[in-house]
Design a protein around this ligand. Structure first.
Ligand SMILES: Nc1ncnc2c1ncn2[C@@H]1O[C@H](COP(=O)(O)OP(=O)(O)OP(=O)(O)O)[C@@H](O)[C@H]1O
Length: 273
C-alpha cells in the first residue's frame, strides 16, 4: 500500500479562532502502489489539504496515516525527510525561482537524491542538462531549456513544474490541479504524460482536478470530496451523473447565495451597518 488513512481529520494552524470547521473530517481511504486516482470536488472541498497530508507536509489532528507502511509523524525528522524524498508534491502554482534558468529549475526535482554539494554544484553548472531536456521535451518545452523562468507563460511554468516530477525518483506523484493554466489539447497531453510516467515506474498517481470529464475519462478510480469528507470513492464506471450533480450541488447553491448577499449589500448598504 502507498497510503492508508483511517479517520484522518486536519485543521489548518492558521484557521480562524472559533472556526469549528476542519479542512478534512474523518477521511478513510486506502491507495495501492501504482494506483491512479482523481480527486474531484468543489472549491474548498479539501483536495489540496488531502494531497498535503499525503505528502507529510502537515500532521493530522486525529486519525492514523500510513505512508509506504510507516507512520510519518512517529518518525524522526531525518527519517521523515527520507520518506518525503519518495513523494513528489506538485502544487497548483509551482514556486519556481523567477530569475532561474528552466534547466536549473527542472533539475531541482533531483534535490532529494543529492547531497548539499551536488545541489550547489548544479546551481552553478546544471549537472544533467540532458535529463532536463528530455523531461521538457515530453511537455513540448525543450526549446525553453535555457530560458529564464520569469519569461515563461503560466501554462509553460505549470508544465515546467511537471518536468521536475519526471526527473525525480519519487514513488508517488501528488499533483494538485496540474491543468488549470492549460488549453484543452495541452491538458490532455500533460495528463497522458503524467499517467505514462507513473505507469512506467509503477508510481502511485493522485491528481486533483476541476475538469470532471477528463477525470472520468482518464482515471480508473474517482474520489469525490466535499466539506472535507469523502462523498464517494468508486471506479469510474460506477460514477453516475447524479453523483456528480450531488457533489457540486451545494457549491452552486452557495455561489447563488453569495451573489444574492452581494446584491443586497449593494442595493441596501444601510442594512449592513
Ligand atoms: N492555510 C490555510 N489556513 C486556513 N484555512 C485553510 C488554509 N488552506 C485551506 N484552508 C481551508 O481548508 C479548506 C479546504 O481547502 P483546500 O485548499 O484543501 O480545498 P480545495 O478542495 O483544494 O479547494 P480548491 O479547489 O479551491 O483549490 C477550505 O475551507 C479552506 O478555506
Amino acid at each position: 500500500m502507498s497510503f492508508v488513512l483511517r479517520g484522518i481529520s486536519v485543521r489548518h494552524a492558521s484557521a480562524e479562532r472559533g472556526d469549528s470547521c476542519n479542512a478534512l473530517n474523518e477521511v478513510s481511504v486506502s491507495i495501492k502502489q501504482g494506483e491512479q486516482l482523481a480527486l474531484i470536488g468543489p472549491s474548498g472541498a479539501g483536495k489540496t489539504t488531502l494531497l498535503h497530508t499525503l505528502a507529510c507536509a502537515h500532521p493530522q489532528a486525529s486519525g492514523e496515516l500510513s505512508v509506504f507502511g510507516v507512520s510519518p509523524w512517529k518518525l524522526s525528522h531525518a527519517e521523515r525527510h527520507a520518506l518525503r524524498a519518495r513523494l513528489f508534491l506538485a502544487p497548483q502554482t509551482p514556486p519556481l525561482p523567477p530569475r532561474q534558468r528552466v534547466v536549473t529549475t527542472v533539475l531541482a526535482g533531483c534535490l532529494p537524491q543529492w547531497n548539499i554539494w551536488q545541489a550547489i554544484a548544479s546551481l552553478i553548472r546544471p549537472s544533467n542538462p540532458d535529463a532536463a531536456y528530455d523531461a521538457l521535451a515530453r511537455f513540448n518545452l525543450q526549446d525553453k531549456l535555457y530560458a529564464r523562468v520569469d519569461r515563461l507563460s503560466g501554462g509553460e511554468r505549470q508544465r515546467c513544474g511537471m518536468a521536475r516530477l519526471l526527473v525525480s525518483k519519487a514513488d508517488a506523484f501528488l499533483v494538485d490541479e496540474p491543468l488549470s493554466a492549460l488549453d484543452p489539447m495541452l491538458a490532455q497531453q500533460t495528463l497522458t504524460t503524467l499517467q505514462q510516467e507513473a505507469a512506467s515506474r509503477n508510481a502511485t498517481l493522485i491528481c486533483s482536478l476541476h475538469q470532471v470529464e477528463l477525470a472520468l475519462s482518464c482515471f480508473p478510480r474517482i474520489v469525490g470530496l466535499r466539506d472535507g469528507r469523502i462523498v464517494f470513492d468508486a471506479p469510474r464506471a460506477k460514477v453516475t451523473e447524479a453523483m456528480i450533480t450531488e457533489l457540486y450541488r451545494h457549491a452552486v447553491q452557495d455561489e447563488q447565495r453569495d451573489v444574492r448577499r452581494r446584491q443586497r449589500a449593494f442595493m441596501y448598504p444601510a442594512d449592513q451597518l
